[in-house]
Design a binder for this molecule. Sequence first.
Ligand SMILES: Nc1ncnc2c1ncn2[C@@H]1O[C@H](COP(=O)(O)OP(=O)(O)OP(=O)(O)O)[C@@H](O)[C@H]1O
Ligand SMILES: [Mg+2]
Length: 151
Amino acid sequence: MSTLTIFCGLPGSGKTTAYHKNSDTIFGGNIRLSLDEFRLLMTGKDFHAPFEPEVHMWSERTTRYLLSQGHDVVVDATFLKKSLRAKWIELAKECKADISCAWMNVPASVCFLRNEKRDKKVPEEVMEKMTEDFEPPSQDEGFMEMLEFGE
Ligand SMILES: Nc1ncnc2c1ncn2[C@@H]1O[C@H](COP(=O)(O)OP(=O)(O)OP(=O)(O)O)[C@@H](O)[C@H]1O
Ligand SMILES: [Mg+2]
C-alpha cells in the first residue's frame, strides 16, 4: 500500500528543511511534490493568485497518479486548515493509500523570525493572517501516523 504524507506548518516552520534532512530516512523512497517549486515553474513567481487553482489541481492530480502507480508521496505545502487536510485525507482514501501528517510544531514567533531573515520573505500581513487561520493538526482528523518536528 502507498503512503501519502502531507506537511503541515507555517512558512518558516522548516518543512522543506525537515524533508531534506530526512530524505534518506523517514522520507526515503518518497516522491516529493513541492507547491512552491511548482508555482515558480509554472508562473516564474513565488505566488501568483490567478494560477492558484491550477497549482492545486496539479498537485492533486499528480498525487493521485503517483499513488495509483504505487509510489509513496510527500507533499511540501502548508496545509494549515483542517478542511483542506480533510480533502487530502479523502483523496488518500480514494486512492487506497495510507495517510500521515508531518507536523511542524514550531512556535509562530520562531517562524516570523526565520521569515524575516530569508531572502524570499512572505509578507508580514500574510504571515499574520496565516497564523490566525492556522488550525494545528491532530491524529483524530483521520491520520494513521503523525510525524512531529520541533524547532
Ligand atoms: N531546525 C531549524 N533550525 C534553524 N533554522 C531552520 C530550521 N529549519 C529551517 N530553518 C531555517 O528557516 C528558514 C525556513 O525554513 P524552510 O524553508 O525549511 O521552511 P518552510 O516551512 O519550508 O517554509 P515555506 O513554507 O516558506 O516553504 C530557512 O532559512 C532555514 O534554513
Ligand atoms: Mg518550504
